[in-house]
Design a protein around this ligand. Structure first.
Ligand code: NAD
Length: 502
């Protein structure tokens, strides 16, 4: 049998096809072209305005196909502007996150109806100030007898991102800074319950970037997100990488996708308090972390295991620090209202009741039958290990405290309650062996000692900040480098200035 070459295919005129598609979409010209031509010394405007354009949408799209097409166009434009273009774009995202934090934070709070207003504002501000940018990019060099090899970190292209309701615009802000710093563009399928603030934030960011450097749609957003649009983003040929931030269902869907996925999945962070801890300091830290934004953070303290010899003192320390202790009866009343069973058969499990999710401590106290004082941030109470608050990621400011025989038991129960998510764990102790034992067993991405959970993101601790902490896929607290691919450039025998002259 002979193999004859296939008949040469009719090569379509790609530009013609693009022109036809754009004509059909009626988007051949920009409805909101920048009022002033970009005034960059490096000629940004000239680059950005060449070719067919989706500019003028300010990143807001009704279809995944359109959004990906626009994002690809923006990616190609960004590539031509080098690191300086990325820096400029990121500077606008940061400025808007900071300057408009009050207005956008209010919007997010009004739309999602969960968490605390002051923290909605603060989260945006802090992401604007502290999420890692272009400065995080580095190159590695191998230099030897055979010359040089340089490893550089290149963009993937268009990234598809899924964001949670717990921090709608903050997650988009942090993702956009890191992804654009890495040279990528992003199409976001936001949580439907936080889509309006996502739309407004993205519109403002794109508009400012477009006015300055002439590139629109660096951040594209699906205005009416559904599970179908999420699936179509996962499967789109133009999307080179997926980044998912959310709970178990979406984390599982991303892990099963055929694309490379960076998965910032759920957590259920346990706290251990042993007999060597500074109890007042531990109480203040636990309240700060667990009450932040009404316990919506994935890293927030969710259940506490205290060794018996200091259990009563720890409960007293919590009260001194301002938390409200519920009686056994009040804990039962709250549990029955706050935790519901979902799923069928083997999948049946406790979950937070949507009505109470992210609500104020005062609301939880009232539901439990207690009287809250003004400014109450957290309610807590003693439970046994089988209380459904222990295995559930409650995302509301009530913490169950479990009395444990000793540190070994506390660490074991902490391990079981974390479900192997390997997300976040916290210990209050001055016993290095207990710290080490817990760190090794739980094997979490963040492990905080003697501080509030947020210290693990550099807030009151060292390090940098991101609201996408990649847990099952292992990238950790995401940075621009997370969204890059390694490329190696090798030069044989030359350029290395060390060595003997020939
Ligand atoms: P969620 O899982 O309900 O929703 C997240 C997003 O995924 C939404 O946009 C939703 O529409 C989408 N989604 C849900 N199921 C999907 C599926 N099968 N296919 C495609 N998309 C799907 O989560 P949430 O309530 O918005 O956020 C809270 C959860 O997110 C918590 O579990 C929390 O721990 C986790 N979280 C993790 C991190 C992290 O960095 N690891 C950060 C924030 C939140």
């Amino acid at each position: 049998m002979t193999l004859s070459p296939p008949a040469s295919p009719q090569i379509p005129d790609i530009q013609e096809i693009v022109r036809q598609v754009l004509a059909e979409l009626k988007i051949t010209s920009s409805p909101q072209s920048p009022a002033v031509a970009p005034s960059s010394p490096s000629g940004f405007a000239a680059h950005a305005s060449s070719g067919p354009s989706m500019a003028g949408r300010n990143g807001i799209f009704s279809s995944v196909d359109e959004a990906v097409l626009a994002s690809q166009e923006a990616f190609e434009q960004l590539e031509r502007l080098g690191l300086e273009g990325r820096r400029k774009a990121i500077a606008h995202i940061r400025r808007i996150a900071i300057d408009d934090s009050e207005e956008l934070g209010r919007m997010e709070f009004a739309e999602t109806k969960i968490g605390r207003l002051e923290h909605k504002i603060e989260k945006l501000k802090v992401l604007g100030e502290r999420s890692p940018g272009v400065e995080f990019l580095s190159s590695e060099v191998f230099s030897g007898d055979h010359g040089l090899a340089v490893i550089e970190h290149a963009p993937f292209g268009v990234i598809g991102a899924i964001t949670p309701v717990t921090h709608s615009l903050p997650t988009i802000t942090g993702n956009a800074v890191s992804m654009i710093a890495g040279g990528n563009t992003v199409v976001v399928n936001p949580h439907p319950s936080g889509k309006n603030v996502a739309t407004e934030g993205v519109r403002r960011m794109n508009r400012a970037i477009y006015r300055d450097i002439g590139i629109d749609n660096l951040i594209a957003l699906i205005a009416e997100p559904t599970l179908e649009t999420a699936a179509s983003l996962f499967g789109h040929r133009g999307v080179k990488l997926i980044c998912v931030t959310g709970g178990p269902a979406v984390a599982k869907a991303a892990m099963q996708s055929s694309k490379r996925a960076i998965v910032a999945g759920p957590g259920n962070p346990p706290v251990v308090v042993d007999e060597t801890a500074d109890l007042d300091r531990a109480a203040r830290a636990i309240i700060y972390g667990a009450a932040y934004d009404n316990n919506l953070l994935c890293i927030a303290e969710k259940q506490v295991f205290v060794v018996a010899s200091v259990f009563d003192s720890m409960m007293a320390a919590m009260e001194r620090a301002g938390a409200l202790r519920l009686s056994a009866h009040q804990v039962d009343t709250l549990t029955n209202r706050a935790i519901v069973m979902v799923g069928e058969g083997a999948h049946r499990h406790p979950a937070p009741c949507k009505e109470l999710l992210g609500q104020d401590a005062a609301v939880l106290a009232q539901v439990a039958g207690a009287t809250p004082r003004e400014g109450l941030e957290l309610v807590f109470g003693e439970t046994d290990n089988s209380n459904p608050f222990v295995p559930t990621e409650q995302m509301m400011p009530f913490l169950p405290f479990v009395r444990c025989k000793d540190a070994d038991e506390a660490i074991r129960l902490a391990y079981e309650s974390e479900h192997g998510f390997r997300h976040t764990a916290i210990i209050h102790s001055h016993n290095v062996r207990n710290m080490t034992k817990m760190g090794r067993l739980l094997d979490t991405t963040l492990f905080v000692k003697n501080g509030a959970s947020v210290a693990g993101l550099g807030l009151g601790g060292e390090g940098y900040l991101s609201f996408s902490i990649a847990t099952p896929t292992g990238e950790g607290v995401t940075t621009p480098l997370t969204f890059t691919r390694q490329r190696r450039c090798t030069l044989v025998d030359d350029l290395r200035i060390l060595g003997s002259p020939d």
